[in-house]
Write a protein that binds this ligand. Structure first.
Ligand code: NAP
Length: 226
C-alpha cells in the first residue's frame, strides 16, 4: 500500500484524468492536478469532489509553466513519486490526406508528444528523489499499429492521423525511455485506459478490469503493459 505518495496528473477536469485522480486519491496519494484553460476553470469551481487535490495552473506546452509546476512541487513535497501524462488533443477525425492541416497536426504533437518529453525532462530530478518513482503515459489503441492492422478491431477504420500517429510516437518514446531508465529506479509505462475488447465502453469511465490494471501499476504490483 502506498502511504502519502505524491502524484501529478496532467489535466483532470474533463475526462479520464478525473478518474485517474480519484483512483489515486483512494490509494493514499497526494494528488496534484496540473491543468490549464477549461479544465483549470472547472476544477477551480469544483469545491466538493476535488477539495483534496492541489490544483496548479499549468500549460504543458510552455517550458516556463512547467518550471513553475516543478518549483511548487519541490517547495511543498521535495520529491515526486508518480507522473501520469494524461492530457491530450484529438482532432481531424476522418480527414483524408488533402484535408490534413499541418498546423493542426503540430498542435496535436505539441501536447500529445512534445509536452510529455518536456514534462519528464523538467520533473526528472524530483522523480529521482521519489519513492518507487513511476511515469505512466496514457496512450490509445488508435496508436497501436498491430491493433489498427487487425480488421476485426472495432476501431481499425478510425482515421485520426495526427492523434493516432502522435500516440504511436508516444508509444515508441515510452519504450525507449523504459530502456534508458532501466538501470535507474524510475519506471515508465504505457497505459491504454480503454480495453476495447467489446467496444461498448463509455469513453469517460474506466471499466473494472482496466481500473484494476491501473491500480496494480500505481501500487507497483506488476506492469501489465510495458
Ligand atoms: N476517451 C477515450 O475514449 C480514450 C481512449 C483511449 C485513450 N484515451 C487517452 O486518455 C487520455 C484522456 O482522454 P480524455 O478523453 O479524458 O481526454 P479529454 O477529455 O479530451 O481531455 C484532454 C484534456 O487535455 C487538456 N490539455 C490539452 N492540451 C493541454 C495543454 N497544452 N496544457 C494543459 N492541458 C491541456 C485539455 O484541457 P482543457 O480542457 O483545459 O483545454 C483537456 O481537458 C488521453 O491521453 C487519451 O489519448 C482516451
Amino acid at each position: 500500500m502506498n502511504v502519502n505518495r505524491i502524484a501529478v496528473v496532467t489535466e483532470s477536469g474533463n475526462g479520464l484524468g478525473k478518474s485517474f485522480a480519484n483512483i489515486l486519491l483512494n490509494n493514499n496519494y497526494n494528488v496534484i492536478l496540473a491543468a490549464s484553460k477549461k479544465s483549470f476553470e472547472l476544477l477551480s469551481q469544483d469545491g466538493g469532489v476535488h477539495q483534496d487535490y492541489k490544483l496548479v495552473k499549468t500549460d504543458f506546452t510552455s517550458a516556463e509553466s512547467l518550471l513553475e509546476l516543478k518549483t511548487k512541487i519541490d517547495s511543498e513535497f521535495g520529491r515526486l513519486d508518480l507522473l501520469v501524462n494524461n492530457a491530450e488533443i484529438a482532432n481531424g477525425f476522418g480527414q483524408k490526406i488533402d484535408q490534413i492541416n499541418l498546423d493542426e497536426v503540430r498542435l496535436v504533437y505539441e501536447t500529445n508528444l512534445f509536452a510529455v518529453i518536456r514534462i519528464i525532462q523538467v520533473l526528472k530530478p524530483l522523480l529521482e528523489k521519489g519513492i518507487d518513482p513511476n511515469i505512466i503515459n496514457i496512450t490509445s489503441a488508435l496508436g497501436d499499429i498491430n491493433k489498427m492492422r487487425d480488421d476485426e478491431f472495432c476501431y481499425s477504420n478510425y482515421c485520426m492521423t495526427a492523434y493516432a500517429t502522435s500516440k504511436a510516437a508516444l508509444n515508441m518514446f515510452t519504450h525507449l525511455q523504459c530502456k534508458e531508465f532501466k538501470p535507474s529506479k524510475i519506471k515508465i509505462n504505457s497505459f491504454d485506459p480503454i480495453a476495447l475488447k467489446n467496444c461498448t465502453h463509455n469513453s469517460v469511465t474506466i471499466c473494472d478490469g482496466i481500473k484494476d490494471d491501473f491500480i496494480a501499476l500505481i501500487r507497483h504490483e506488476e506492469s501489465p503493459i510495458q
